[in-house]
Design a binder for this molecule. Structure first.
Ligand SMILES: [Zn+2]
Length: 409
């Protein structure tokens, strides 16, 4: 009997989740269209939608004419039902953004960090102070927040205590949600690797939209990837999956930031590309002040410099080999190339990158894959982080702040 009750409850939750997700991504829709898209019966759609309207999650959004019959009422997720905050903790600063449930950005706060290895306590204080500023400038009450998502540069160990291991900013096992609670933030906190939150932003709102199997490949100074299989981000046993940059491209090759030899990142990450260019120039410094403008200089020099042309051609070859590994391992329908360096390379060299990939990938798998540029730009970590509490809402089909009265079996 208990078993049966659990099954009914699970089914109910699944139906709510399915209908709420469909309205979130594809709404406004009529009840009739919801039935068509989800395969649920008219009675189920009507019941569940009725509940969600009573809960305030779903509202009516006008009417459309139907063929001959009565006009159909359109439904959508109420954008003001709740709000979410997305935070990008990066090496150079903290960006915080506030969204409603239509994912309209209502406010943004940027706080630069003086050091690339910020003290954890200081970051906690910055976030707590930024929270107040965000809510005040948008006129949103704290009680309206469904949760906050945080993207961090490192591995996030999900568990009873969420811990961040971020070598590049000097964080070793930092319990970030506990830190925020100590700073007075009481809403649910979700933490994820920044490349994964950026990947989720592309999947929800950018170039990955509509794909069930995709890889979002991000190239900046380093390299990260989000692997989505059957609509879900692949995380692995302890959430560190997707470290594409540290797959070996050349046995015994160049030294990587991770300490190993021959990683893809040591060749195709901006730092690796520029180091190879510098060596090819006989050690002469590259003009321009920062990595971004130095990479632009390299890419703009290929017409007049054989050295630059050779380094760029080699980079395209290495990148193609790396993407081919993704194609052969995951059989994605789409590969989205992003990150600031990925965009610089892809916007000029996408056909060459495709050709180089084809040369290394299994033909059948390659033919099923399209390689495209990202759509949201290099700064989508915060909006991606804001999708984390929304994802909790959609997968539960109800407010993540409200715990079920009876614990699930
Ligand atoms: Zn490495």
């Amino acid at each position: 009997m208990e078993q049966r009750r659990a099954t009914v409850r699970d089914l109910r939750r699944r139906n709510r989740s399915t209908l709420l997700s469909t309205l979130f991504f594809d709404g406004p829709l009529s009840r009739h269209e919801l039935g068509g898209r989800t395969g649920l019966s008219a009675a189920t759609v009507s019941n569940v939608v009725g509940e969600m309207i009573d809960d305030g999650l779903v509202i009516e959004a006008g009417q459309v004419e139907s063929d001959g019959g009565r006009p159909r009422v359109l439904l959508r997720v109420d954008p003001t039902y709740g709000h979410v905050v997305g935070i990008d903790v990066g090496e150079t600063g903290v960006t915080m953004e506030l969204f409603d449930l239509a994912m309209t950005r209502l406010a943004q706060v940027d706080r630069p960090l003086a050091t690339p290895q910020p003290d954890v306590a200081l970051v906690g204080e910055i976030i707590a102070a930024g929270f107040g500023t965000l809510l005040a400038s948008a006129g949103v009450a704290e009680s309206s927040l469904l949760g906050v998502g945080i993207g961090v540069p490192g591995t996030v160990e999900q568990g009873a205590t969420v811990r961040v291991h971020a070598q590049t900013i000097g964080w070793d096992g930092v319990a970030l949600p506990d830190l925020l609670r100590a700073n007075g933030i009481t809403v649910p906190v979700f933490v994820e690797n920044g490349a994964k939150t950026q990947g989720q932003a592309e999947m929800w709102f950018g170039a990955g939209r509509g794909a069930r199997h995709a890889v979002i490949a991000l190239i900046g100074s380093g390299i990260g990837a989000t692997v989505v299989t059957d609509g879900t981000t692949y995380r692995g046993a302890t959430s560190s999956a997707g470290e594409w940059g540290h797959t070996t491209l050349s046995y015994g090759g160049r030294v990587c930031r991770c300490g190993a030899l021959g990683c893809l990142e040591a060749y195709v990450g901006a730092e690796g590309i520029l180091d190879r260019f510098r060596k090819a120039r006989g050690g002469r410094a590259i003009p321009r002040v920062d990595e971004q403008s130095q990479l632009d200089f390299l890419l703009a020099s290929t017409e007049r410099s054989e050295t630059a042309a050779a380094v760029v051609a080699e980079t395209v070859g290495y990148l193609g080999a790396g993407i081919a590994n993704l194609v052969n391992l995951f059989n994605p329908e789409r590969i989205v190339l992003g990150g600031w360096a990925g965009m610089a390379l892809g916007s000029r060299l996408l056909p060459e990158i495709r050709t180089a990939t084809a040369a290394h990938a299994l033909r059948h798998a390659y033919e099923q894959t399209s390689i495209v540029l990202c759509e949201l730009g290099p700064d989508a970590v915060a909006v991606g982080a804001a999708t984390l509490p929304v994802e909790a809402l959609l997968s539960l089909g109800s407010d993540p702040r409200i715990r079920p009265k009876t614990p699930a079996l």
